[in-house]
Design a protein around this ligand. Structure first.
Ligand code: SF4
Length: 330
């Protein structure tokens, strides 16, 4: 069966006053119907720009885009703005990071949900309101019909994110893109929202891309994980394989920096040294080499390609270390 979304060699760059920002440099991945892909990386890794580009939201005179993003066989990168408007919010929907700035403060939750439904469906206002109440119930808000008359400021951050999830699901999208859906929320609410997203995805069969800087977030919900660094995928595997057998020093660094309840509290977290590179003038060779504890002489000269890991059907890594060396602890 062909994937619902197939991205091939996606490149995105922006001309700026300071130079060309190469935000995404040849990214490829597939998302199967009903499955979840986690895209993980630090700020500036290109994870959000890549998906915004697929949604047609980075088109501008100073942007260069190439590659292919086949959604159900149709290339989203060459679709007209009008075609993209009908796909966005209908076949592909997005949940953004900050629900407060995504909801309009002057309109009730009900009015915003009804509008989201009526933009894509030829239904009466009463039917759209019924659907809006049904959606608020689905995302776990009590007394959903009366909630329709509330304004965003009357809701907590977690409740607002539930509304955003309801809005994203309003038209039964086939692909849901969740960009850091829990970053703006309290830790206690984060787990509830992740559980809700995973539950709804199981119920609706929607495919999902979840974008995050936190490997812990995708641990429970993703089937596949792509780790991005400096605009490229540096490791890609099933979630089980990635956590059991991480190969790339960056992935290992991300895993070591996740707080764990079973870790001795007297031992601090192990952060990745340094900062993500500037994408105007990224380091030559492997872009991770200035921060990599395993870097050796070839790393500053050769660009590692994403290659299959021996013994695993879909595990790939871009690192110049010999396979036996990659599994060794630094
Ligand atoms: Fe580290 Fe070199 Fe591998 Fe890059 S190629 S991750 S610098 S060891």
């Amino acid at each position: 069966m062909s994937p619902l979304l197939s991205v091939r060699d996606l490149k995105v760059s922006f001309d700026t006053e300071d130079g060309v920002v190469a935000a995404v440099s040849g990214v490829s991945y597939d998302v199967e119907a009903g499955k979840t892909l986690g895209i993980v990386g630090e700020s500036g890794s290109g994870k959000t720009v890549g998906t915004l580009t697929i949604m047609g939201l980075t088109r501008a005179v100073n942007t260069k885009i190439s590659g292919e993003a086949l959604f159900d066989g149709k290339d989203l990168l060459t679709s007209s703005e009008q075609q993209m408007r009908s796909i966005r919010g209908d076949e592909i929907a997005m949940i953004f990071q900050d629900p407060l700035s995504s909801l309009h403060p002057f309109f009730t939750i009900g009015a915003q949900l009804v509008e989201a439904i009526q933009v894509h469906r030829n239904v009466s206002k009463a039917a759209a309101r019924d659907r809006a109440a049904e959606l608020l119930g689905m995302v776990g808000l009590s007394d959903p019909r009366s909630r329709l008359s509330s304004y965003p400021h009357e809701f907590s951050g977690g409740m607002r994110q539930r509304v955003m999830i309801a809005m994203a699901l309003a038209n039964d999208p086939r692909l849901l893109i969740a960009d850091e859906p829990t970053t703006a929320l309290d830790v206690t609410v984060q787990a509830q929202i992740l559980e809700l997203i995973a539950d709804l995805q199981r119920q609706t069969g929607t495919a999902m891309i979840i974008i995050t800087h936190d490997l812990g977030v995708v641990a429970e919900v993703a089937d596949e994980i792509a780790v991005m660094y400096a605009g490229r995928i540096v490791e890609q595997a099933s979630a089980a394989d990635l956590f059991a057998n991480p190969q790339h020093p960056y992935t290992r660094g991300l895993l070591a920096s996740i707080p764990r309840l079973d870790r001795d509290r007297s031992i601090g977290l192990d952060p990745i040294a340094g900062r993500p590179p500037s994408m105007i003038s990224p380091p030559g060779g492997c872009a991770f080499h200035p921060r990599c504890p395993r870097a050796f002489d070839r790393c500053s000269e050769e660009l590692p390609q994403l290659e299959a890991v021996a013994g695993s059907s879909n595990h790939r890594v871009a690192c110049l270390l010999e396979p036996a060396e990659r599994s060794r602890k630094a």
